[in-house]
Design a protein around this ligand. Structure first.
Ligand code: FCB
Length: 495
């Protein structure tokens, strides 16, 4: 996600004057992926389920936030969303029709523990049992994320992610899920994009719970890291499947300096520290980098990190998840004030007072995210070099475009093109040695796009929110061809 943007990733700043780094074509076709390469699709509980008051589910921070005036486009909420809670079989049948190898879903913590601690809500367990069994009956592997942003409201009331107790609560919840579903889940992900939780939820306030405080941001970074480590340990001791895999998903920023000038290179490094390495270093190497501590020193001495925390965080993982949409271009500018009269001016580049995001003039999607598939190739190669021997999976990639259903068809040629170019980039990274084992398209269907509401349509399936009718888009037909053959099809292969 692009840095220094109040609303996620809107690209601000002057257009680049230098020639943009344009991708070569990237519309490869005919390339074969390994037979065991996983092609899946992804969703998240609050974005699709609806049924927010049903069967004992407790309120989450996203219920509270989306019902607060002025937080989401059109005041949209996830109350109904795709009504997936009541349309499970329809959606499972769609996945089978698309020949998906795997489905990445998230569990709504407040369905399992309505107040985030204490007794288990049986009805919540039953719902996910039906989902998991339905997947397995259709030959689709369940990939489960424990936390995709719907924190039980009661835990936010007790301090939320800045409160380290939340990590202990998360570990208890992970153990409940490990016990209930661990005989069938092949791949577990602790957290989805902790960057968004910390930066957007607590630093900038454009996501739930909508707080704006630099210290809360940094404290929540540490609690999230701890939650991951304790969560992996809890899963390993409760899951019965010896071959289960454990992972975490990051939305690492591919930071591209606007030029080779030393200042631009320097701020690019700082931006990597405050957006990427604040998670990857503790999780992958068991340390916070001195540069991160230095850049953020004006807010905290990190005294909340206790002895033993870093060992707890640094658990072996089997695969590392990447969500990727667009790169971030940055340049150095004259230092500007980060605070006015003692108050925090929200920025995602916490502590970096001499950086500016640079707008790209590349074509962009409906999110205004520039399309630059070579950035994904670069990111995968960088990860392969930084975390040698760790298999990589793209747990999200996709684009928002609004295409109508006409005569029962939805021609989303721009999405087919975007997917072709990004999956080509993945294949190119693999041929240069990046150990990528899977790709999940975001998303199985149009859904509640957080603060952007329902206006941004990421699905390969069109959803009519009035009738809840699902219509496979051309991209779904194209993707099902890819999933069933493992060969990158021509962009017009949609029947
Ligand atoms: C990612 C989120 C996902 C979706 C996509 C577009 O940051 O993980 O839920 O909103 O962006």
């Amino acid at each position: 996600m692009s840095p220094d943007t109040a609303v996620r990733p809107r690209v601000e700043g002057a257009p680049m004057t230098a020639e943009p780094v344009l991708s070569p074509d990237y519309r490869d076709q005919g390339h074969r992926f390994p037979d065991d390469f996983v092609f899946g699709s992804a969703t998240a509980s609050y974005q699709i389920e609806g049924g927010v008051h049903e069967d004992g589910r407790g309120p989450s921070i996203w219920d509270t936030f989306s019902h607060t005036a002025g937080t989401t486009a059109n005041g949209d909420t996830g109350d109904v969303a795709d009504d997936h809670y009541h349309r499970l079989d329809t959606d499972l049948d769609l996945m089978a029709r698309y020949h998906l190898d795997a489905y990445r879903f998230s569990i709504a913590w407040p369905r399992i523990q309505p107040t985030g601690s204490g007794p288990v809500n049986r009805a919540g367990i039953d719902f996910y049992n039906r989902l998991i069994d339905g997947l397995l009956e259709r030959g689709i592997s369940p990939t489960c994320t424990l936390y995709h942003w719907d924190l039980p409201q009661a835990l936010e009331d007790a301090g939320g992610w800045p409160n380290r107790d939340t990590a202990e609560r998360f570990a208890e919840y992970a153990a409940i899920c490990g016990e209930a579903f661990g005989d069938r889940i092949e791949q577990w992900t602790t957290l989805n994009e902790p960057w968004c939780t910390a930066h957007l939820g607590y630093g900038i306030g454009v996501h739930a719970p909508g707080r704006q405080d630099p210290l809360d941001l940094l404290r929540s970074v540490h609690t999230l890291n701890l939650a991951h480590g304790l969560g992996v340990q809890a899963l390993r001791s409760s899951v019965q499947r010896p071959d289960a895999k454990y992972s975490i998903t990051f939305n690492l920023q591919t930071v591209i300096p606007a030029s080779d000038a030393p200042g631009d290179l320097e701020v690019a490094e700082k931006v990597r520290h405050v957006n990427n390495r604040l998670f990857t270093s503790p999780v992958m190497f068991g340390r916070y980098e001195p540069e991160l501590l230095e850049i953020t020193r004006r807010y905290t001495d990190w005294g909340f990190v206790r002895d033993g925390d870093l060992q707890a965080i640094h658990q072996p993982i089997d695969v590392l998840g990447l969500n990727w949409y667009t790169p971030a271009w940055v340049k150095q500018v004259k230092p500007f004030a980060l605070e006015s009269e003692g108050s925090w001016i929200p920025t995602t580049n916490i502590g970096v007072d001499d950086v500016r995001a640079v707008a790209s003039d590349l074509p962009a999607t409906d999110m205004s995210w520039p399309i630059e598939p070579s950035g994904l190739e670069r990111q995968l190669l960088d990860m392969a070099a930084e975390f040698p021997g760790v298999p990589l999976v793209i747990t999200e990639n996709g684009c928002a475009y609004d295409d109508p259903v006409v005569g029962g068809r939805c021609h989303d040629a721009r999405r087919v093109d975007y997917l072709t170019r990004h999956i080509s980039a993945v294949r190119r990274a693999m041929s240069q040695g990046a150990p990528v084992v899977g790709y999940y398209v975001w998303s199985l269907m149009d859904n509640f796009e957080w603060a952007e509401g329902y206006g941004k349509r990421f699905g390969i399936t069109h959803v009519d929110y009035e009738t809840q009718v699902r219509t496979p888009k051309d991209s779904a037909l194209w993707y099902s061809r890819l999933a069933s053959t493992k060969i990158l099809p021509p962009t017009d292969d949609i029947d």
